[in-house]
Design a binder for this molecule. Structure first.
Ligand SMILES: *[C@@H]1O[C@H](CO)[C@@H](O)[C@H](O)[C@H]1NC(C)=O
Ligand SMILES: *[C@@H]1O[C@H](CO)[C@@H](O)[C@H](O)[C@H]1NC(C)=O
Length: 350
């Protein structure tokens, strides 16, 4: 099939972010704010999302690029570490660019890239096959986005949230199968971040009961249990897939534990302003204020985002993303390790 013959791709499938990574040759990325490198910025969406305003992008790019952080995302660090350029957003290239080194289809908010939208555009990624996959993923992404972490904002009942997990996992499972059936050779499938440590969730679910909090980190136990539950089911599904597809390498990438290392010892890792308070926000105990979010007039920004883990309450700083990316790349947080997956991907590149 097109993908495996053309590129011998390595795929990264995030819980709500899907990346396709050809070891040292190209990266294709599908997802949302965890991975958007400018699609929303270049889309014709008539909203004016806060991430398109300063101070987003201030640290690395010195302007808003459409990334939901002060600088680079995990996907940017991965691209840099394998010697590839930072991923171009699919939107905004107007067909002028070739996508041999990959392209990013991730978009904050997700709805911009539906199938009809893609079909209207005459920019076609290298093969017809990949367009098909892209189209499938743009739909899938919307589906996942609508049903994953964002749901928690509206769903206060833990039991209800937990019942959603298998549905999300089923969808990812189907996505992985689809990619394999279309020629994917190696997949990397990261789990969830510890969402109970997010300034936004900590603010929304603030509790008077101190047993709700992990005494070491100050994170909300029940939300982190949700992440762990998701990650556990996810890994079981990956085991099922490994048995179905013996010739495919399926790697689990643990986002939870590298992030927890930060939350457990923020100062030791350079996050001296603590891990739970947002750098950019409009006040409150975690500097997350729904009436004055980062990018709004009522919000202010810290002097040095590299001392913070949380950028805007929902997204992390580039310093935190750098830690997670380097943890993944140097191990032991991927099973099997990235390095061995790279070798197998290179070996199948004819
Ligand atoms: C892609 O599909 C179009 C229309 O069906 C066809 O003309 C073209 O040759 C195909 N390209 C490849 C690389 O298969
Ligand atoms: C949240 O923002 C609003 C609007 O700027 C402001 O009036 C309010 O005092 C802020 N809340 C806190 C806790 O700082």
């Amino acid at each position: 099939m097109g993908f495996s013959q053309a590129l011998c791709l390595l795929l990264l499938v995030f819980s709500n972010t899907l990346l396709v990574w050809g070891c040292y040759t190209s990266i294709f990325s599908f997802g949302d704010s965890l991975a958007d490198t400018g699609n929303l910025l270049n889309s014709e969406a008539n909203t004016s999302p806060l991430i398109l305003h300063p101070p987003y992008g201030e640290t690395y790019f010195h302007r808003p690029t459409g990334r939901a952080s002060d600088g680079r995302l995990i996907i940017d660090y991965i691209a840099q570490s394998v010697g590839l350029p930072l991923l171009s957003p699919y939107l905004g290239n107007h067909g002028s660019e070739d996508f041999r080194q990959g392209v990013n289809f991730a978009v904050v908010g997700a709805t911009a890239l539906d199938a009809a939208f893609l079909n209207e555009r005459d920019i076609v990624p290298s093969t017809n096959n990949s367009l098909e996959i892209v189209t499938i993923f743009s739909k899938l992404h919307y589906f996942l986005w609508a049903r994953s972490e964002e749901m928690i904002f509206e769903q206060r009942n833990v039991e209800e949230i937990l019942t959603l997990v298998p549905k999300v996992i089923d969808t990812i499972y189907s996505a992985i199968k689809m990619l394999i059936d279309n020629g994917a050779v190696t997949l990397v499938v990261p789990g969830n971040l510890p969402i109970g440590c997010s300034a936004a969730y900590l603010s929304i679910y603030e509790s008077q009961n101190k047993d709700d909090y992990d005494p070491l980190t100050g994170c909300l136990n029940w939300l982190n249990q949700f992440s762990k539950y998701h990650n556990k089911l996810f890994q079981q599904e990956l085991d099922r897939l490994r048995k179905l597809y013996l010739h495919i390498t399926i790697i689990y990438a643990d986002f939870y534990n590298p992030a927890m290392q930060i939350y457990q010892s923020p100062a030791g890792l350079g996050f001296i302003k603590g891990a739970l308070t947002a750098c950019c926000g409009g006040g409150g105990p975690y500097n997350y204020n729904v009436s004055a979010k980062c990018g709004n007039q009522g919000a202010s920004t810290c002097d040095d985002p590299s001392m913070f883990v949380s950028w805007d309450g929902t997204h992390l700083t580039e310093a935190a993303y750098r830690w997670i990316a380097s943890s993944l790349l140097r191990g032991p947080f991927t099973t099997p390790r990235f390095s061995s997956s790279c070798l197998s991907a290179v070996a199948c590149k004819i």
